[in-house]
Design a protein around this ligand. Structure first.
Ligand SMILES: O=C(O)c1ccccc1NCC(=O)[C@H](O)[C@H](O)COP(=O)(O)O
Length: 212
């Protein structure tokens, strides 16, 4: 199962993530209202680092998203707002970076409304609905995913921590399209600063569950 660690920005912390956690993805948040916001002056030092970067955007313009893709060499674009399928289609015509659409879950999910995104996205990411858009540290009711109707893979997000591992593994056995997890505020010492030991423990536990 893939691991994305979101909301990072300190070079030393990121180097430890690469060396010790070997996460598959690292999320850089480009939403100015987030306490984990990454400013443009970080671009040079974060450009060449050896982990795939996903940029997190909330209702951002195409021009600005594409500018950040070039500036930070983003392998993926995570659309974390109310972006329409039409918007995602237009973006897909202008970039080779993966497109991930976030679905903010409050109650039931209208699967039909998601179908329009399928031709353009590499994966969905299901997160807890919140006014701040993300980073809530709260889980949603995962049972809504039991009727997931697509072959497309997705990431699970929202308040995941070490205690979640058994349930994540059980969910993946039930829904193999669950291809990864997104970790954030439960692994922080401060906003944007991850606790590497906690992340390592999570990964070890996840690996041991996957072997079951
Ligand atoms: O984390 C933020 O500050 C944030 C703010 C606005 C939009 C997205 C944001 N985070 C994006 C993510 O992908 C987080 O990992 C996801 O929301 C889960 O966070 P958490 O509930 O803290 O595990």
């Amino acid at each position: 199962m893939e691991i994305k660690v979101c909301g990072m920005r300190e070079l030393g912390n990121i180097q430890s993530l690469i060396a010790e956690v070997k996460a598959d993805w690292m999320g850089l948040i480009f939403y100015p209202k987030s306490p984990r916001y990454v400013s443009e002056d970080r671009a040079t030092e974060l450009k060449g680092i050896a982990v795939k970067k996903v940029g997190v955007f909330v209702n951002e313009t195409e021009v600005e998203i594409l500018r950040k893709v070039g500036l930070f060499q983003l392998s993926a674009i995570q659309l974390h707002g109310n972006e329409s399928a039409e918007f995602v289609k237009k973006l897909s015509e202008q970039t080779t970076s993966e497109l991930w659409k976030v679905i903010s879950v409050s109650e039931k999910i209208d699967w039909k409304s998601l179908a329009a995104y399928l031709p353009y996205v590499s994966k969905f990411l299901f997160d807890t609905a919140t006014k701040a858009h993300g980073g809530s540290g709260r889980k949603f009711d995962w049972s809504v995913l039991e009727t997931y109707p697509f072959d497309k893979g997705f990431l699970l997000s929202g308040g995941l921590d070490e205690e979640s591992v058994e349930e994540i593994a059980a969910l993946q056995r039930q829904i193999p399209q669950l291809e990864g997890v997104d970790l954030n505020s439960k692994f922080e010492d401060a906003p944007g600063l991850k606790n590497i030991e906690k992340l390592k423990k999570f990964k070890q536990k996840l690996l041991s569950q996957e072997a079951i």
